[in-house]
Design a protein around this ligand. Structure first.
Ligand SMILES: Nc1ncnc2c1ncn2[C@@H]1O[C@H](COP(=O)(O)OP(=O)(O)OP(=O)(O)O)[C@@H](O)[C@H]1O
Ligand SMILES: [Mg+2]
Length: 189
């Protein structure tokens, strides 16, 4: 909408821009609400590798999971599954393929989803986390989406004590999701 607004007459622009501001504020508070709700939601111990296997299987030929050991996490299962569905779908949608790897980094569990696409310019690496923000390629390519996947995914991971970042790789983009390992979750409880 902001993009289309640039070409609208000034009077329309001002009033619609206010609506868009309001909409953004609204969705931000919904996300904050969701974060609070989720931090109180039921957490089960699950094997993150099995969760990723399901997501990668559902995504079809264009997705693969690098082999390795099982790693337990304590999570809201459906919410965390949604996070990886979005990251794998993004990699396929904007970067042709999703290569998923899972490893330990100290007390954290890290999942990387790498693709083979054009990546994103550095100034967009933080912008794309804003609700409803879609890159210009995504808008013009006709790829379906509303621009909420990354905002919601980051919220879900943060509500678990983790986080989500995008990193430019030599070829394509890497989405790096971090979750505290089960031992760290137990200590914090
Ligand atoms: N792997 C990627 N490579 C290049 N650009 C990406 C990648 N992942 C996300 N983006 C950019 O970030 C934007 C926001 O992604 P996000 O997942 O939040 O929304 P979306 O995929 O457009 O819609 P949806 O709400 O269905 O997820 C995308 O529109 C795209 O421009
Ligand atoms: Mg998406």
């Amino acid at each position: 909408m902001r993009f289309k607004l640039e070409r609208a007459p000034p009077a329309v622009r001002a009033s619609v821009a206010r609506d868009v501001d309001q909409m953004e504020a609204m969705i931000s508070s919904v996300l904050a609400f969701m974060r609070d709700e989720l931090s109180g939601s039921v957490r089960e111990i699950a094997d993150l590798r099995s969760i990723l296997e399901c997501v990668v299987d559902d995504a079809g030929e264009a997705a693969e999971l690098e082999p390795g050991a099982s790693i337990p996490v304590q999570v809201d299962l459906l919410a965390i599954q949604g996070v990886f569905e979005n990251l794998v779908n993004n990699a396929i949608k904007y970067g042709r393929r999703a290569r998923v790897s899972l490893f330990l980094d100290g007390a954290d569990v890290v999942v990387e989803v790498a693709d083979e696409g054009p990546g994103l310019p550095s100034e967009e690496l933080t912008e794309v986390f804003k609700p409803f923000y879609r890159g210009s390629d995504a808008r013009t390519s006709g790829a379906p989406g509303v621009g909420l996947g990354l905002a919601v995914s980051r919220s879900v991971l943060r509500s678990h004590g983790g986080d989500l970042d995008l990193i430019s790789a030599e070829q394509g983009l890497i989405a790096r999701a971090r979750l505290p390992g089960v031992a760290a979750v137990m200590r914090a409880a």
